[in-house]
Design a protein around this ligand. Structure first.
Ligand code: F6R
Length: 261
């Protein structure tokens, strides 16, 4: 894993956006893996600014969301279909027809989730997957004890995840109890994964994912198995990393050919 520690959340967003922009410039029809929640918002804002200034064109790229709630209407403002349309597709000028979100309302959930994995494969696989991490170590909505080889499927949200996401809903009881999420096995197939985290509330999860044992108790630790995983965190989210000085040193001394811009 490459660990990049930066002073502020805005720096995290900008550097992750550099990485994504470099992928899209090299391959305009790139397949992007899209996360929701607060963590990637600075990435999307930074990418949108480049699109607005004419510096980047994402119109040929396609996208696959990580997850979707089950049990709320598609047009609910907090469905991930709505969030992706509002925060990503519109501001980045992506083609809505090329962006998919798991269908949380499907009558046949098993068929819908199998179809989602098939669609990712048919698109050629994800070139770069954006990830946040839950305070409990989840990536996507693969809650603790998720199998490292899991595929897209229905999951029950952990009570702590429902509490964390209550901020997006009028009433905590309105937070759905279930979701569809890409599996850890699905996520690990992306060619490059970029996990971003900001704030002290993520420090334990980041440390467990990066330096802890491989464990289903911290689903983010599955990224240790990935050949090309980049973790970009601010100082607060890095505060529990025991090798923080080493990561700073290796990033500062990165050979020019390994830099993405
Ligand atoms: C969202 C997702 C989740 C979030 C995680 C962190 O699509 O898959 O894993 O990334 O819950 O959420 P925030 O960024 O809101 O702290």
């Amino acid at each position: 894993m490459e660990i990049i520690i930066l002073p502020t959340p805005a720096d995290v967003g900008r550097v992750a956006a550099d990485l994504i922009a470099s992928v899209v410039r090299a391959k305009p029809a790139a397949v992007l893996g899209l996360a929701t929640g607060s963590s990637p918002l600075d990435i999307y804002r930074s990418l949108a600014a480049r699109v607005a200034s004419g510096d980047l064109d994402v119109s040929e790229a396609s996208g696959f969301a990580l997850d979707e709630y089950v049990g709320i209407p598609l047009e609910h403002p907090e469905s991930y279909a709505s969030v992706i349309a509002r925060d990503v597709v519109g501001p980045l000028g992506m083609d809505p027809a090329r962006v998919r979100v798991p269908d949380g309302r499907a009558a046949d959930i098993e068929a819908a989730t199998a179809d989602y994995d098939r669609a990712i494969a048919e698109a050629g696989g994800v070139d770069i997957q954006i990830l946040g991490i839950g305070a409990n170590g989840h990536i996507g909505f693969n809650e603790p004890t998720s199998s490292f080889s899991s595929r897209t499927r229905i999951k029950t949200l952990a009570p702590s995840t429902r509490e964390a996401n209550a901020r997006f809903f009028d009433d905590p009881d309105d937070v759905p109890t279930h979701c569809l999420t890409q599996g850890l096995g699905t996520i690990l197939e992306a060619r490059h994964v970029v996990l971003v985290a900001q704030g002290a509330g993520k420090a334990d999860a980041v440390a467990a994912a990066v330096e802890g044992p491989l464990s289903a108790m911290c689903p983010g630790s599955a990224l240790q198995l990935h050949q090309h995983a980049t973790v970009i965190v601010d100082e607060a989210a890095a505060s529990r990393l025991t090798l923080a000085e080493y990561y700073r040193y290796t990033y500062a001394n990165k050979p020019a050919f390994q830099r993405f811009e």
